[in-house]
Design a binder for this molecule. Structure first.
Ligand SMILES: CC(C)(COP(=O)(O)OP(=O)(O)OC[C@H]1O[C@@H](n2cnc3c(N)ncnc32)[C@H](O)[C@@H]1OP(=O)(O)O)[C@@H](O)C(=O)NCCC(=O)NCCS
Length: 158
């Protein structure tokens, strides 16, 4: 049984756990992000942290969250933990009043398929921030009981 919990990335203990999971899932291919910014979640199995995810304010899109990192230990992969972490991020983005979540994947079919499962659409930012082969994803956040808030403003880059 898996449980997802939002944690304080600023807290040293949680920060250490996230940094360890980052090392065990990215193997040095990406730097550990700043954990004192944004929102962070841990996925637990039998009380042990087995996955993490982070959502920070987008530096590129106004009033949007940027799904910046996710990692799941290999022996726990295949349990839709990325998808479950993404659902938590959407709820947080909604309560923050953000109009959308943006993200990107580069050569990552497993993660890209999870963006499709979660209802994200591919888009082309005006000022792409990744590599030539990076895919950019975007999902408008539906506010409770209302239609999408001005989805057009979600398209503009800073
Ligand atoms: C991307 C990632 C978080 C997805 O983990 P997940 O939520 O457990 O993946 P899913 O449940 O969607 O798994 C889908 C399928 O891919 C397989 N899979 C997932 N991660 C895998 C991995 N690292 N290696 C091999 N196969 C993997 C699953 O076993 C599953 O196969 P199945 O359909 O035959 O059961 C995870 O692969 C990971 O941590 N990768 C390394 C870090 C990374 O690339 N992060 C994303 C970029 S920020």
């Amino acid at each position: 049984m898996y449980r997802i919990r939002e944690v304080d990335g600023f807290d040293d203990d949680f920060g250490d756990v996230i940094a360890d999971l980052h090392r065990l899932t990215f193997f040095g291919s990406a730097p550990v992000p700043e954990l004192d910014v944004g929102h962070w979640w841990l996925a637990y199995h039998d009380g042990l942290a087995v996955g993490f995810g982070g959502l920070v304010p987008s530096a590129h899109v106004r009033n949007a969250g940027y799904f910046c990192r996710v990692g799941v230990l290999k022996r726990h992969s295949g349990n839709a933990l990325q998808l479950r972490l993404m659902r938590c991020m959407e709820a947080r983005a909604r309560s923050n009043g953000w109009q959308c979540i943006v993200s990107d994947t580069t050569d990552n079919i497993i993660s890209a398929n999870n963006f499709i499962r979660a209802g994200y659409r591919l888009y082309k930012p005006e000022y792409p921030w990744g590599w030539a082969n990076t895919l950019y994803w975007r999902k408008p956040i539906r506010l409770e009981g209302r239609r999408f808030r001005d989805p057009v403003s979600c398209r503009g880059d800073d």
